[in-house]
Design a protein around this ligand. Sequence first.
Ligand SMILES: [Zn+2]
Length: 339
Amino acid sequence: MASLSFERNSNNKTVALFFFIFTVTLSLCSPSSVAKLQHFHHRAKADGTLSFLVVGDWGRQGLYNQSEVALQMGIVGEKLDIDFVISTGDNFYDDGLVGVDDPAFHKSFSNIYTAPSLQKQWYNVLGNHDYRGNVLAQLSPILRKKDSRFLCLRSFILTTKIVEFFFVDTTPFVDDYFTNPEDHTYDWRGVLPRQSYLSNLLKDVDSALKRSTAKWKIVVGHHAIKSAGHHGNTQELESQLLPILEENNVDFYLNGHDHCLEHIIDAKSQIQFLTSGGGSKAWIGDIKWWNPGELKLYYDGQGFVSLEITKKVASFSYYDVFGNVLHKWTLSKESDSSV
Ligand SMILES: [Zn+2]
């Protein structure tokens, strides 16, 4: 259309205007600006406080206590008047969704999390098991038409009044899925070429964190940066993502992947590492040694986590499959200074 209008009006002013628009369009399409993270806002409660649940590694059509965990999430969600739910990924086992009409979407999500308090927005990231299915289906807006709660993107930002969340697509960081996929097939559409995908993502997360003026900064990914569980630390994230979190004073890193509940405080950075991967199948007794000064909780059963955040205080609790509180922690930011 632009070139057509240019040919019809070939005076000097139109030519100059055309080249101006052409240059601006080109700069907007340059690779450095293509990968900007999508941004959402969630209105918190009137007083600005926020409460939400975190669950991971859940989609097993109700099996392995998924339904029991869902029941307790509903009870706790009601009590805390939650604003939304965060899923740390591995949303559909074993191999993600085969398409947008996969019945697993209803069997593992809509028909399981039925409590009134869970009829809120769910912010989901993808896990490695999700990448074994049709990733584009799980990211498709068609799923939102089937169940408006379900929002899944690769990486995105969620802003509330006092907390900003940075959701990071961690599966493409893990070398093994590329070099040693065993008998699994991963859907890397939208990820290749891998190196530019990862470097753009890291740049975008870093600049989004630097721009953030939020009181609390929370990063969410599927894979653990630090974990005493079966998979342990994800070295690729330790070397590539962790320095960015440390440099930008991130308060929490939330993840799943290890099927347990964990709380680790990094002695160096003071970042709180919360693993919530107990949405269904758990791995009993599967624990590595960890410095007890840093490991505040390791629970090798099913469950989930809640967070309640005000301007100055963040409290979080871990629950087992019966709704019992396993562990509680409170953090304070007394000073208004961001240092
Ligand atoms: Zn996983």
